[in-house]
Design a protein around this ligand. Structure first.
Ligand code: ASP
Length: 338
């Protein structure tokens, strides 16, 4: 049994911990806003996010607005409503969102709803849960006022039927190397329409760092397959005191290594965002060196000082950065293989 003195000591310790939490939860110090996003389609997404950030808005609103841009883009076959379907022809979407106070929400294998990022935000704000999947996620979205619709576009359907002709119904990992930096027409696996995820991190003028991640996942995947993007700690992780990270590429590799959480933890231990991304990528490569030769994983990180880092296994991964001065910068990341 505790005596009075022990109780007092415990209470004191708990209240100072609570005080620490109260002062440290939430925003880092105020500074210059910045937003970064995976891939070249991140440029348009950043621009929508920047409209929120430049007027002093919350980073959470910025990343949601940004993620909605590729989700609505009918030419983008890897995010949102025009995303390529699974091998049975169903378009199923994954998304997650996280704010500076460790609040997060996600949806996985969501069908018939064109803005999964907004559903993910509502999971965070309106439910006691973090992740809703499949029919349950759809039911929740409808309850929240979203209108179900057919997401399979004629273009995506034609591409899927083409795939069926030769693929023997076998799902393969998309190695998704961009054509960025390669000569036009050069033979690189994947092309500009075949990058799979918008991962976005934004730091607002009040030092709040938030992130969003949205994708239709791997094209022609097995029905029910869920990638890294809606898994908090895999495709996205944000710690408002340290920074955030997001990923793109073969989600299975990212999940195995709790990739985005790893990047953020490395930053917590003192690595720069660049060093943290490189170390996380190397961990994947070292654990499965043979597999790593043919697959792509890229990490993008932003810390609360506004410093950015990115690294991928394969060349071709690019990210877009907007900090007010340079609004449409697309930067190739470092890669392990050249
Ligand atoms: N990470 C996504 C997934 O595995 C796809 C990608 O970014 O290539 O679903």
């Amino acid at each position: 049994m505790q005596n009075r003195r022990d109780v007092f000591k415990t209470t004191l310790a708990l209240s100072s911990l609570a005080g620490l939490a109260a002062t440290s939860a939430g925003a880092a110090s105020a500074g210059k806003p910045i937003v970064v996003s995976t891939w070249d389609f991140g440029v348009a997404a950043n621009s929508a996010a920047w409209d929120v950030l430049k007027t002093g808005g919350h980073a959470l609103d910025a990343v949601e607005a940004g993620a909605r841009v590729p989700e609505a883009d009918m030419k983008n076959h890897s995010v949102g409503r025009a995303g390529y379907p699974d091998r049975d022809g169903h378009v199923s979407l994954d998304a997650s969102i996280m704010d500076e106070q460790w609040r997060c929400g996600a949806v996985a294998a969501l069908e018939h709803i064109d803005h999964p990022i907004s559903v993910a935000r509502l999971v965070m704000e309106k439910t006691p849960h973090v992740l809703l999947v499949g029919d349950g996620a759809l039911q929740f979205a409808i309850e929240q006022g979203f209108t179900p619709q057919e997401l399979l576009t004629p273009e995506s359907e034609a591409a899927w039927k083409d795939w069926l002709k030769t693929a023997k119904y076998e799902s393969v990992a998309n190695s998704e190397m961009s054509t960025y930096g390669h000569a036009p027409g050069s033979k690189v696996p994947g092309d500009v329409h075949n990058h799979d995820t918008l991962g976005m991190l934004a730091l607002d003028a009040q030092g709040r760092l938030c992130g969003a991640c949205t994708t239709s996942g791997m094209a022609w995947k097995l029905r029910g397959r869920v990638g890294d993007s809606p898994i908090i700690g895999a495709g996205l992780y944000v710690d408002g005191e340290v920074g955030g990270a997001t990923s793109t590429g073969v989600g299975e590799e990212v999940i195995r290594n709790a990739g985005s959480f790893l990047v953020v933890e490395l930053m917590r231990q003192g690595r720069s965002p660049q060093q943290a991304c490189e170390e996380a990528v190397m961990r994947i490569v070292k654990r499965r060196p043979e597999a790593a030769k043919t697959l792509q994983v890229g990490f993008l990180a932003l810390n609360t000082k506004g410093e950015v880092g990115a690294c991928a296994i394969q060349p071709g991964f690019v990210y877009a950065q907007c900090d007010g001065n340079k609004t449409d910068l697309v930067v190739p990341s470092k890669s392990v293989f050249s």
